[in-house]
Each structure stands twice: as C-alpha cells, then as structure tokens.
Design a protein around this ligand. Structure first.
Ligand SMILES: [Zn+2]
Length: 406
C-alpha cells in the first residue's frame, strides 16, 4: 500500500507522576496518531540532559540525531531525520512491546511539545520535588540563607578551614540534618551554635563522627581541603539519587519556540501567572515578599525579575510605558532594565514590547491576560487571609492586601 510521505502526525506527551511503588522512576507516554509508546525513565540514568540536547540539535537544524533512554534493562531510541525538507521521527522500544513508531513530524511541534510538557510537569503538583528531585547540600544551605551559597562559603571559608575536623564534622552534621536559619552577617555566632547543638545531639544522627566526611582533614593540603568541602557540598541531602528536572531549561529551545511560532495558526501568545513568597527571615513585621512569575506559552520569562502587579493591571487599561519587571527591591534600573517595556492595547489585543534584558514581542488577547490576572488573584485570596497579605510586601512601598483590596 502506498502511503503519502507527508502525512504529519502531532506528538502528544503525557507524563504520569511517580507512585511510591515506583520510587525513583518517571513514566511518560508518547502518543502519535493511534500509537503509544511508554517510557520509564530511571533516575539512575537521568535522560533529561540528553533529551534537551537532542531537542537543541533538532532546533539548530541537524539533519539527523539519535538519542536513547536507558530504562535499566531496556531502551527507547529516538531517531530524528530531516531529508529533503521532510522531517521524520522513529521511536523504537526494545522492551516488551517492541513497538516502533515511524512518522512524519512537524519539527516545531515536536520540539515545543517535548520541551513544554516537561516544564509543565515540573511545575505541577504531580511532580513531588522533595521525593523525585535530587537535592544537594549546597542548595539546602542556599535555600535557607539570606545569600547565595557560593557567596556564603567564600566569606566563611577561612573560618571553616580554621576549625578542627571534629568541629567541622559537627557543623556539617547540623547543615545536613537540621533546619538551617543563618544570617551571613553573624555566621560565626550561628556556626558556634550549630556546632554546639550537633555535639549535644550527636546520638540522634547515628553517624560515626570519626569517619564522617572530614576523616584525615587535618592532614590534608589546602587544595585537598577545598576539594573535600566541595565534595561534601555536592552530596545529596535527601535520600534519592533523583532527577534534575530543575535544570530542564534551554535558552536555545526557548528562542527557537518564540521565534518560529509566528507562522503558526496559534497567533496569540498565552499568558499564565503563579507566585511564591520570598521569605524575609529577619523582619517580624513582614512574612516576606511577593514574587509573581510569568509564563508565556508555558515558558517562564524573565525569571530573575519581579512582576509588578500594579503595572500589569494598568497595562490592560492604557497604552504607554509600564514598569512590568523590576528588581526584588521594586526598582527597574536596579535589575538592569533601562528601557521600560512599552505596551499597546488595540481592540481586543494587548501587545508587550520588552526590550531588556531580552527582546520580546508578545501579542495577547486582552481578555486572556485579564482572565489570567483574575485567576491569580483568586488563588491568592484562597491561599491566605487579608491579614496575612498585609504582611507581604509588593513592589516599592506597598503590601499585597492593598492590591487585592483595590
Ligand atoms: Zn534592587
């Protein structure tokens, strides 16, 4: 039977959360036409770096690129071929099903579907970050400090190297097993307290302190000491070897996805917001600061920046410059943005021109932006009381309750 060469099938990825019984596995299925291939990704052979580079190669115009997922005993092979402007994909399952899918694909649809499916899954409640994501000691420290781990260790290194191996062991026992709250400015006092606490509670850790990471530390050269500290900080402090979906991020793919979508029938960009509260540990008046994250077509944009909700609200009302993205302190320039985004409303459209730190033009349906903002507000009202929102900062001088009350 003759088959039309150019029958293009859409790819659909469906990711299922890990159940407890499947600890350390991530299952997903790839649906193409009426066929489905199931993949069990093992965290021992975390395939997500290779998946990213496979997608990047396709986006960059490679004519052929193969990548394989190791399911421990079986393999799933992905073979992309571009020949005479026809893009083809073959997926081969060497496992029980022995299934092979061979199809013509839309390269753009393939890249976007694979990339955004895993981004969405990572953000969803289905992905249990604590159980399934590897968590390194330096990240635990960073997450609980008022500074970056790198900066922290740089400034405390001399102090650490002056400690004997026992005290250093106790300090890291504390980092490893206890909840860390530490202010960089008072680290010496904090550290002394940590060491003291770990010494007194040594029994509960069930660790042979003599053979803990700093065995023979006192005899080591400076280089070896730094090497040891570096090794310890890169130990995982949850008990899974885990995936690193946190790093499933590619500027190459994001640029490709934004640049090539114009020709598509999905003319409007889609916007979505979520938020986090950045803890302010040393101020009792405030619980923290609101950080709103912005996703366009499921891709987080300007992730270092804080979205100003008031500016967002006004950009749906009037044309002009709106300081949408700022530094955590609320100042645009402080975050390195010198050219304020220009936004324009026409009929039912809202256009964002963003110039810095990256150039973007997004065309939204105005109603979709308003709906997304209303939906965000609804979730915020549900999550916390107005009393709590009063204690959470928004932008330069305000608090969140003022915005929600408005
Ligand atoms: Zn600032």
């Amino acid at each position: 039977m003759k088959r039309a060469l150019n029958k293009i099938e859409n790819i659909k990825i469906d990711i299922k959360p890990c159940k407890v019984a499947q600890y350390g596995w991530l299952n997903f299925s790839i649906n193409i036409g009426d066929k489905t291939i199931h993949v069990s990704a093992s965290c021992v052979y975390d395939p997500f770096y290779d998946l990213l580079s496979w997608l990047e190669k396709i986006a960059q115009g490679y004519k052929r690129y193969v990548f394989t997922i190791n399911e421990e005993k079986t393999y799933v092979e992905f073979d992309f071929i571009s020949f005479c402007e026809v893009d083809m994909l073959r997926i081969k399952d060497t496992g029980k099903s022995g299934l092979v899918i061979e199809t013509c694909v839309d390269k753009y649809q393939l890249v976007r579907e694979f990339y955004t499916s895993f981004l969405k899954f990572y953000r969803s409640d289905n992905y249990n970050k604590e159980k399934n994501e590897i968590y390194y000691l330096y990240e635990k420290i960073e997450d609980n400090m008022n500074t970056s781990a790198l900066f922290y260790f740089k400034s405390t290194l001399t102090y650490m190297l002056s400690l004997n191996k026992k005290d250093l062991s106790y300090l890291f026992l504390y980092f490893y097993f206890e909840k860390i709250t530490c202010n960089n400015d008072y680290y010496e006092t904090n550290f002394k307290h940590f060491i003291q606490y770990a010494k007194q509670n040594r029994k509960k850790y069930k660790i042979d302190i003599e053979n803990w990471y700093f065995k023979d530390f006192d005899k080591k050269t400076y280089f070896e000491k730094i090497e040891t500290l570096n090794d310890v900080l890169h130990k995982e402090c949850n008990t899974t070897c885990g995936f690193r979906l946190k790093n499933f991020k590619s500027e190459t793919l994001e640029d490709y996805i934004f640049k090539n979508r114009k020709k598509r029938e999905d003319y409007y960009h889609n916007i979505y917001f979520d938020y986090e509260i950045i803890d302010e540990l040393y101020d009792k008046e405030y619980l923290g600061q609101l950080k709103v994250n912005v996703y366009v077509d499921d891709i987080q944009i300007l992730e270092r920046y804080y979205l100003d909700l008031n500016a967002l609200y006004f950009c749906t009302k009037e044309n002009g410059e709106h300081r949408l993205f700022t530094c955590s302190c609320g100042v645009e320039e402080c975050g390195g943005i010198w050219k304020t985004p220009y936004t324009k409303i026409s009929d039912n459209e809202l256009i964002w021109h963003i110039y810095e730190p990256k150039n973007y033009i997004f065309v939204f349906e105005k109603a979709q932006v308003e709906d997304a903002l209303a939906d965000l507000e609804k979730r915020m009202r549900k999550d916390k009381s107005m009393e709590e929102w009063k204690k959470i900062e928004l932008g330069l001088t305000g608090n969140v309750s003022e915005f929600l009350g408005a």
